[in-house]
Design a protein around this ligand. Structure first.
Ligand code: NAD
Length: 281
């Protein structure tokens, strides 16, 4: 398929570059990431396994701090305080979802901006909105890298983002705005998503709703980025009815193999950039 934006291919290029950079570190400690998990959520276990494989492949150091599901918020905050002070740690990620008794905002706010590998802390998000951050939330960053890789023009483009979450939709919309796109955010309360979508040059769906984007949403000059990660009848799919739109649109990301691999690559780029800031200054 000539119009496929292959995230696996670009993420491999990014990870290979990182591997070389890490291999070339001489006379200094190596970058290190700590993945904090509370409980034993099967999807989280899978995502973490995936992340650790990529971390090991590029030669980055890592720890997986797996805490009991009954760990209190106070205890988790103490672990984060400890990691914030540990000078051998460059990036901390707290795997979501957290158990219901723990407030995500409180946890993200406690991670030092100097170690905020996911880019979810309010401080980092402020810098992201102002376009003045050294790291960016990994999924939005991966999406922008995919567009730029294929020379898809962002400045001046009409871009519709479906989804307004704090980790994808909101930071992504701000990052695209900083690159001079005209951005519309749609969400569950939007009256006619299809109408907005149809008028866009680039449609990015991060709703978590299988088959939301159908051929009625698209046109032949459109680029589609599918962020969705859904399981339907045991099958992994995105938000886009891929089969019905793939031959109509100009560019499209597959699921799997589109945005997903880019998220991991960009997360590890974040850790490397934090390392440069924390260690080599
Ligand atoms: P979320 O549930 O926090 O937010 C979903 C957003 O989509 C909400 O703002 C909601 O209003 C909107 N929405 C839901 N259904 C809709 C509909 N029918 N019409 C219009 N808007 C609708 O989700 P999130 O954390 O932003 O993640 C979104 C999706 O992206 C999920 O499937 C998630 O698994 C996936 N995801 C994938 C990656 C990746 O690397 N591939 C990374 C992050 C999230």
């Amino acid at each position: 398929m000539q119009n496929l934006i292959n995230g696996k291919e670009l993420s491999k290029i990014l990870l290979d570059n990182l591997k070389v950079k890490i291999m070339n570190i001489k006379n200094n400690r190596l970058p290190k990431i700590v993945v904090v998990q509370v409980g034993d959520n099967p999807s989280s276990n899978k995502y973490i396994q995936h992340k650790i494989k990529s971390i090991e492949n590029i030669g980055m150091l890592h720890d997986h701090l797996k805490l009991d599901g009954r760990t209190s918020q106070e205890e988790l905050l103490k672990h984060i305080d400890f990691l914030n002070k540990d000078e051998t740690v460059d990036g901390i990620i707290v795997q979501l979802p957290l158990p219901k008794h723990i407030d995500v905002f409180t946890i993200n706010s406690r991670i030092s901006p100097k170690k905020d590998a996911d880019g979810f802390s309010p401080c980092t998000i402020g810098d992201v909105v102002l376009g003045n951050s050294i790291i960016y939330p990994a999924t939005p960053l991966g999406i922008i890298k995919l567009l730029e890789w294929k020379n898809i023009k962002i400045a001046g483009a009409n871009i519709v983002v479906i989804g307004k979450s704090n980790i994808v939709g909101k930071p992504l919309a701000n990052m695209l705005l900083n690159k001079s796109a005209t951005v519309t955010i749609c969400h569950k309360q939007t009256k006619d998503v299809k109408k907005f979508a149809k008028e866009s040059d680039i449609l990015i769906s991060a709703a978590g709703c299988a088959n939301l984007v159908t051929k009625e949403f698209v046109h032949e000059n459109m680029t589609i980025i599918d962020v969705g990660a859904n399981f339907v009848n045991g099958k992994y799919c995105g938000d886009v009815d891929f089969e019905s739109v793939k031959d109509i649109v100009k560019w499209i990301t597959p699921v799997p193999g589109g945005v997903g691999p880019m998220t991991i690559a960009c997360l590890l780029e974040n850790v490397y950039n934090l390392y440069l800031q924390n260690c080599l200054k």
